[in-house]
Structure formats: structure tokens, C-alpha cells
Design a protein around this ligand. Sequence first.
Ligand SMILES: Cc1ncc(COP(=O)(O)O)c(C=O)c1O
Length: 394
Amino acid sequence: MNDQSDSNSAQSTPQGVVAGSIPLFAGHPSHDLIPIQDFQRTVESAFSQNVWRLFDYGDEQGNPDLIQFLVERFNQREHLNITSDNLMILAGSTGGVTMITNLLTQAGDTILVDSPSYRDALHIFRDHHIDMRAIPIDEGGVIVAEMVKTLETLKAENRLPKFYYVVPTFQNPTGITLSQARREAIIELSQQYGFVIVEDDVYSEIRFVDEIPPSFFGLAGGKNALRLGTFSKTLSPGLRMGWLLGDTEQIQRFVTSGKLRMGGGANPFTAKIVADYCKSGAWDTHIEWLRGQYQTRRDVALTALKQHMPDSVTWTYPQGGYFIWVTLPEHIHVADFEKIANQNDVYFASGMGFYVNPDDGKHNLRLSFSFVPHDDMKRGIVVLGQLVKELSVE
Ligand SMILES: Cc1ncc(COP(=O)(O)O)c(C=O)c1O
């Protein structure tokens, strides 16, 4: 799409990428999927208008044009009934997870998470000394009966959870989507046991199917559910731009927090550019195009896995998002496998990082199909398949 000379090559190595390697761990958009020329035009146009607006502190709640754009888009596309009081702009979804943890919990409080769940969120919860209770998932998402068991145990201990953190659609790391029936059951549990649902909804736009289940926020009528979103996956992570949906009281509480008061809202410069870009219609056109690009990448990965992995290896079939979750045979420990793969210049995300109890992921790894070119994806999977075979010889 872009003809920039810089690509996903050895010269350009974003976060954690070893030059010259095949980074199948990288959950970033590939450089050729980032619309830099449209962005450049938007920046130039913003500089030709009221340029000082770009350089001032912003509103605590975030850029009003961006808020308005997102509110109208949600109401139109998902038939929500929200106003600008239900949405605030954030410095990425990660900023939101940190803010929510800061304001809704204290050290020692309990929360619920999926097992496995998003590694960097677990990291934030650990930083805050939160007591995480992990609930297993299957191909339909978190197992509700297991959640009930945990809630009953916590009730008996008098330490009911403050919130349940979940990536409900095309989950990181497994690519699994939580079914609508389970979402509805969990909303009932949240009312019964009094916890907030925090849904980290960063992949739902990257879908390869027509229909996905409604969000927790939508199903719960906007009550007791906080929904995070981001521009990182559909535009670029370097923008550090995301949003939070919640009921008006919750949003007010976050907007008046010390950090935003003092900091003048999330990244006002970027927010103005992103607002102009979105209002031009370019974002929606880009998302439509992206879905096809990522679907092709997923298909390349699934075909390569089918061709090159022995029968002892299994994996998920994501309907969207960035990730495939691979299960190795019992005799291969992922830490050993990772060492050998790295020696062969292939890097993946070890399953162990995605669990509260790391040992639960000792036979798993996450492959990302978002970042590497098709040929590297295939070459990387050929190498991994070969290594599994070598490690399986008696
Ligand atoms: C579930 C989940 N939440 C949040 C993020 C990060 O989002 P942001 O760049 O908006 O902080 C990611 C990116 O990998 C993710 O997978």
C-alpha cells in the first residue's frame, strides 16, 4: 500500500524484534499495513489550520471531535445509545488497564482473569500487587461453571473480586471468542456477586466473519461494564491512542482523576490528527481493506501449520485478530523449544507468560500473523515444524 523504503526489514526493528530474525511473536501491525501517506496529509492539513490547538494542553476527557466521532460510530454500528458522557480518550488501551486498576483496586484486592490471558495486563496487575484468580477457558471462551466455583470460594473467603478482566473477542493469546450465551451468563454473575466487567476489546474490528457477539458493554446496557478500545491494531501502536466506554458516573470518576487533571487529557496532539483522519472517512475504508489483508495472513499461517506440523501439534482457528495458539506435544517444554527456535532465528511468544501460574503454559506458544511478510511466516513455521519433528525422534 505504501511505497516507503523502510519496511519490516533488518534496518527497522520495532519493540523487541531481533534484526534479521523471523519475529512470529510480534503483535504489531506490519509496516505496509499502516496508512502513512494518508496520515502525512492529515498532519500537513492540521498544521495549515489553527496550529496552536495542536500544542496546548487538551480537555481532560480527550479531544471532543474524536469523542463525538466514536460515539456516533458506536451508536450507528452497534445500536448503542451512548452520549459523549460515556466515552473518554486514553493513551492506548494499556493506559486504560492501568488507570482502571489504579482507581478500582488496592494492593491485595482480588480480580478474575482468564487462563490464559493477555500477558501485559497480567504484568500490570502484578505491579499493583493484585490477587489474580485464573479461570480456565475452552474453545467457547471462559468456562462459566468454573467462574461460579471460584466466585463461591471467594465469597466464603470474604474476598469477592473487584473486576473481571477479559479480552472477549479474538483473544490475545488464543484468538478465541467468548460466546454470547456465556457473556450473558457472566453479566448475571457480575450483578449477583457485585464485580465490574473490564473488557479489553482491541481486536473486534479485525474480523474475518460478518457477525461477532455483542460486547459486554452493549449486552449489559452500559451498566457495570467498562470497555476499552484502541487505534493500535487498526492504525498504529505508535499513536498511543485508545478509548474507554463506561456509564457516566464511572467516566466522570476517571476524567477527574489526578493524572488527567494534571496531564491535560490523553495525547492532544495525536488525538487531533486521529480525529481529522477518522472524520474524513479514511479509517473505516482502511479497516475494510485491513480485514482482507489479515485474513490472507491468517490463511497463510494456517496452511503452513497444516503442511509442516506433525500430528502431535494442535492449534486454534481464529476468526479474527492477530494470533494463533499452538499446543506442543507433552514431551516438549516450551522453554527448551524457545531456546532452539531462537538459535534458528525464529521467535514466538512462550505460552508461559500468559498464565497466572506460568507452568500451565509449558506446552503452548503464541504465533502472531500480523507482522511478518507471508514468506517469513511460512519459513518460520517450516523451521518450527522441523524442530518439533527433531525433538520427537526416539
Ligand atoms: C488485549 C490487548 N490489550 C491491549 C493491547 C495494547 O493496546 P494499546 O496499544 O492500545 O495499549 C494489546 C496489544 O497487544 C492487546 O493484545
